[in-house]
Design a protein around this ligand. Structure first.
Ligand SMILES: [Cu+2]
Length: 207
């Protein structure tokens, strides 16, 4: 009786395994995992400290979750936010809320140039690469500089002023956590995320 009832279970388990692997490889998150995520939190120390604000912590590996819209404003002759983190597949809308014309261009990765546009107009850009950043510049105002970081998935965070970061609702699993900064770097770190748990990871980034 026991043997007979166990056998179908084993067969089902074996039959499901290839599908589960395929689902993981394609970056598809199982609905069973969607509500039971964990949290990754920690702190980044930067040397020199003046570059700390331009830091993004992100999860490597899985892809997906993009397709939305993110906004970077130009106001007070600045890109706001200074660092914007988006997900591959997202569209980035650059706005102009100053009283003067602005331009947006980047020479990073495939590069782009949105031309010059007037107050209260906007132009959009859809990044082609991920796990990279695009420095954003304005040809009219050379002092303007911003960054758009594009993660392969939605599990990324721009650090706060004190270097702390929190990435929420991460599906349980073993991952590599990475840090991006335009000038400084640190090695990736292994992180284990458990349902309902909090993993702590700290980075020291330097030249
Ligand atoms: Cu400008």
């Amino acid at each position: 009786m026991n043997v007979r009832s166990n056998t179908p279970g084993r067969l089902v388990g074996k039959a499901l395994a290839p599908f589960a692997l395929l689902a993981m490889a394609s970056g598809y998150w199982s609905p069973a995992l969607a509500g039971g995520g964990g949290t990754i939190t920690g702190k980044v120390d930067a040397s020199p400290a003046k570059y700390l604000e331009e830091t993004v912590v992100y999860l490597k590996g899985p892809s997906g979750g993009g397709g939305g819209k993110a906004t970077m404003d130009q106001k007070g002759m600045k890109f706001i936010p200074h660092v914007l983190a988006v997900t591959a597949g997202d569209t980035v809308e650059f706005q102009n809320h100053d009283g003067v014309d602005h331009n947006v261009f980047s020479t990073d990765n495939e590069g782009f140039n949105l031309g010059t546009f007037k107050p209260n107009e906007s132009r959009s850009f859809k990044p082609a690469k991920s796990d990279v950043a695009y420095g954003t510049l304005c040809s009219v105002h050379p002092e303007m500089l911003g960054y758009v970081f594009v993660g392969a998935n939605k599990y990324h965070a721009v650090v706060k002023a004190d270097g702390s970061f929190t990435i929420s609702d991460v599906p349980p699993g073993d991952y590599q956590l990475a840090v991006w900064n335009p000038k400084l770097k640190a090695a990736d770190q292994a992180v284990k995320v458990e349902a309902g748990g909090t993993a702590n990871v700290s980075f020291s980034i330097k030249r």
